[in-house]
Design a protein. Structure first.
Length: 216
């Protein structure tokens, strides 16, 4: 079985070495390189062609957000998991916009990081559970009309757009039903149709899809 090739980008040598030692204990993960700043991360990604990049956001020379933007603009296929600290919320939000695939705190348990790597490698989105509510709060600024224009391209109905907006606000099916004066069963049907049309598998991915497309 092919191993997941990982590039670690962090400006602290001890963190890079510590992560490498922990990840190398996993039979399906191989650390193929390190970078100490965003510019080096871009260069190493082009040179080594990793499957997954662990990207610190607050680095010298070029920060992680700009590095992700450059990689995506250059067509890099590597998945990117953002490593962040509590004070980096503004960087984290921006990283979502430029195309990061995973979001996790540096103080998370190693099991969460390993899951993040495996999930994004499979094409899924991983958000550390206690980060989800933080990101959802930023969706509250979104306007109906900007979302409507974008999602008409996905053949979403007006009602589905309304439901999607409420999903992005973090509301559950019962709360959506109450707000739109429809049954919970109807909401469930709308949610299923939305997931199918925008090609996501859960509510968090739906919200992140909206956010990553700057629909606010």
């Amino acid at each position: 079985m092919d191993k997941i090739k990982v590039l670690i980008a962090d400006d602290h040598s001890l963190i890079r070495k510590g992560l490498e030692q922990l990840l190398e204990l996993e039979g399906d993960i191989e650390v193929i390189g390190e970078a100490s700043n965003g510019k080096e991360a871009v260069e190493k990604a082009i040179q080594l062609n990793p499957d997954v990049i662990l990207m610190d956001v607050n680095m010298p020379v070029q920060n992680g957000v700009n590095a992700i933007r450059e990689l995506k603009e250059n067509g890099c296929k590597a998945k990117v998991v953002v490593l962040t600290i509590h004070d980096d919320q503004e960087y984290l939000v921006e990283a979502v916009k430029v195309g990061a695939d995973g979001y996790i705190m540096k103080d998370a348990e190693i099991d969460h990081l390993i899951k993040a790597i495996r999930d994004v490698y499979r094409g899924e989105t991983y958000i550390q559970p206690n980060l989800t509510s933080r990101l959802i709060r930023d969706f509250e600024k979104m306007t109906y009309h900007s979302v409507k224009k974008q999602f008409e391209e996905n053949n979403l109905t007006q009602r589905e757009i309304e439901v999607l907006m409420l999903i992005a606000d973090g509301k559950n099916n019962r709360e959506i039903a109450d707000e739109l004066y429809i049954s919970e069963k109807t909401v469930k049907n709308h949610v299923s149709n939305i997931f199918r049309k925008i090609d996501v598998s859960d509510r968090t991915q739906a919200a992140i899809y909206v956010f990553k497309n700057n629909l606010k």
